[in-house]
Design a protein around this ligand. Structure first.
Ligand SMILES: Cc1ncc(COP(=O)(O)O)c(C=O)c1O
Length: 358
């Protein structure tokens, strides 16, 4: 089998066990004679997958029935629009933290709908970072406060969740279920699936039902959270295959437990950060106290060396290490499914590359 160590930021590596299970089930799902992609989303086989995916998400997030779990098409970017459409009324203001490219995109979409206060803006700071405690200027009576817990491009992650009075909303696309958190702090949290949960195109949304009920009801059906809640995320044909994959990955996360998932993630990231910290050759791009456990970003002394690093890493079975096109450099994304052996391989390669080129 020719699997590489895949450092992609997303769509990203999925657990091999989940891929193999999907492969086994692909043409004949559990003796039905059909694949899960070919059957009714109202039939008993798919329904069991749907219900299990919802139950697993609730359990992993530690949420009770005050919350609904929704699986919506359009990725996390659709949520950037749906959130203000549902919750940012006329004469209201929403607070946003803008700490990177994804926070900026969320702000841009919300501004199409209503008033936005950027409570803290460190989007352009180098080293990249999250706002410090006390830096955020929250609005009294804000409709909601929106944060991005992990900026996938910059490699900065919130290590603690800000205390706010307004309903709290989080884009957790690139660190969902990577660590135990008190997820009940959030009125709405969402994640594009393509990093820690499953394939792209699907967003997992956890939303407090009483918060959704206060939303704008004068919206087209597909854009209204309440419709999706009322229909248990089966208002229209859902992205069935993506939900099935998410169900498989959630089983594995449950079996491992969030404490263990977190311990492994911290360990993997630390192995790479230790190389950066002990080198005059590599330079981490995120401020130390905000360094992401999911996306490790760094630079080499020149762009030529970065290109050589990426080429030689690929020749050694380590792919998709190129930083985002907007910032360059190197980005090693080490999501839940990324194996420790791959991190060890990268670390050995980094040391060797430094010796040869430093
Ligand atoms: C933090 C964050 N938010 C939002 C998105 C956008 O997700 P999508 O492409 O699913 O719309 C991404 C994509 O990488 C992301 O990393």
């Amino acid at each position: 089998m020719a699997r590489v160590y895949n450092f992609s930021a997303g769509p990203a590596i999925l657990p091999l066990e989940a891929l193999q299970e999907a492969q086994k089930d692909l043409v004949d799902y559990k003796g039905s004679g059909m694949s899960i992609m070919e059957m009714s989303h109202r039939g008993k086989e798919y329904d069991a997958v749907h219900q299990e995916a919802i139950a697993n998400m609730k359990e992993l997030l530690g949420l009770n029935d005050d919350y609904a779990i929704l699986f919506l098409a359009g990725g996390a970017s659709m949520q950037f629009a749906m959130i203000p459409m549902n919750f940012l009324g006329a004469n209201q203001c929403a607070d946003y933290i803008n700490a990177g490219a994804w926070g900026s995109k969320a702000v841009k979409e919300a501004r199409m709908i209503g008033n936005v206060n950027v409570a803290a803006d460190c989007q352009k700071d180098i080293p990249t970072r999250m706002p410090e405690e006390g830096e955020c200027k929250w609005t009294d009576g804000a409709a909601y406060a929106h944060i991005t817990t992990n900026e996938t491009i910059s490699g900065a992650q919130m290590k603690s969740i800000p205390q706010v009075n307004a309903p709290l909303i989080a884009d957790m696309s690139s660190d969902i279920l990577s660590r135990p958190l008190d997820y009940t702090k959030f009125d709405l949290l969402y994640a594009g699936a393509q990093k820690n949960l499953g394939p792209s195109g699907l967003a997992m949304v956890a939303i407090k039902k009483d918060f959704a009920a206060k939303g704008n009801m004068a919206l087209p059906s597909m854009l209204k959270y309440q419709i999706h809640i009322d229909n248990n995320s089966l208002y229209n044909t859902p992205p069935c295959f993506g939900i099935y994959m998410l169900c498989l990955t959630s089983r594995l996360l449950k079996a491992k437990g969030m404490e263990q998932v977190f311990a492994e993630n911290q360990h993997k990231a630390k192995l790479i950060y230790d190389v950066l910290d002990n080198s005059g050759f590599y330079r981490g791009t995120a401020k130390q106290e905000f360094r992401s456990d999911m996306n490790v970003t760094f630079r080499l002394p020149s762009e030529e060396l970065e290109a050589l690093f990426i080429t030689q890493a690929a020749e050694n079975g380590m792919k998709q290490l190129k930083g985002h096109r907007s910032v360059g450099g190197i980005r090693a994304s080490v999501y839940n499914a990324f194996p420790i052996e791959g991190v060890q391989c990268l670390v050995d390669f980094m040391k060797d590359f430094e010796q040869r080129n430093g």
